[in-house]
Design a protein around this ligand. Structure first.
Ligand code: ZN
Ligand code: ZN
Length: 239
């Protein structure tokens, strides 16, 4: 597979860019490709918002969490984690893209995702653009925003709006059933692992006075636990 100069990662939520796409992103950056990451929703539906704002004691922090936030403020806190995560992986600040017309969490359609993708790659030569995002899976229930980005990327590929699409299997849906082709497991090298661990730490930052509420870890504790043990991205071929 010839490698294009530009790579656009599309992350449905704040954390997918790391938990599901991070090893691939680090590898592309280190290969000298120009890498962008686009956040496709506001991440506003996470149950962590209540957890952080309800005044109850959090077992993890052993502390009362009395930080009520409206949806916009909660989203902004998540964006802060996302941006910091991308920076620690090695993205340039102006390559971290949060479109104003991103979808509300849980409501991303394939059509909406297509628009976000077209806007992001506008002006770049199609033959030098690769889109990278999550793979659609059918053997388990998948978050609808994840399905939307997968379908949108394939639609753009079908129209030759880009040179290639690579789809990555979500960690949470692994192991894949027998017969699913996994093209490659991307294992980060030692330096990449360090960057990925630092990025993961951004989702665990508990510094309310600085606007960091560890939303990522409050949301998907187990996934972060797994990720801290092994930081893989799994490139998949669809049948
Ligand atoms: Zn997600
Ligand atoms: Zn807590």
């Amino acid at each position: 597979m010839s490698e294009t100069k530009y790579v656009f990662f599309f992350s449905p939520h704040q954390d997918d860019e790391l938990l599901n796409l991070g090893a691939a992103m680090c590898r592309d950056i280190d290969a000298g490709r120009e890498v962008f990451c686009v956040l496709c929703t506001d991440g506003g539906a996470s149950g962590a918002r209540r957890l952080i704002g309800d005044g109850e004691t959090c077992e993890w922090h052993g502390d009362r969490h009395d930080y009520p936030m409206d949806r916009a403020a909660f989203s902004a806190a998540r964006d802060g984690e996302f941006t910091a995560s991308c920076r620690f992986m090695g993205l340039q600040p102006d390559h971290i893209l949060i479109p104003a017309d991103r979808a509300p969490d849980g409501q991303l359609t394939a059509e909406h995702a297509e628009k976000l993708m077209r806007d992001a790659i506008k002006g770049f030569p199609a033959e030098q653009v690769t889109l990278k995002t999550l793979a659609e899976v059918k053997w388990q229930q998948q978050n609808p925003d994840h399905t939307a980005v997968a379908r949108a990327a394939l639609q753009l590929r079908a129209e030759n709006a880009c040179a290639a699409v690579e789809e990555y299997l979500e960690t949470i849906l692994f192991p894949a059933p027998e017969g699913t082709d996994i093209l490659e497991t991307l294992t980060p090298d030692a330096a990449q692992k360090e960057r990925l661990q630092s990025a993961a730490a951004q989702y665990g930052r508990w510094e309310p006075k600085n606007g960091f509420y560890a939303v990522g870890r409050h949301s998907v504790w187990d996934e972060f636990d797994e990720f801290r043990k092994e930081q893989f991205s799994r490139l998949m071929i669809r049948r």
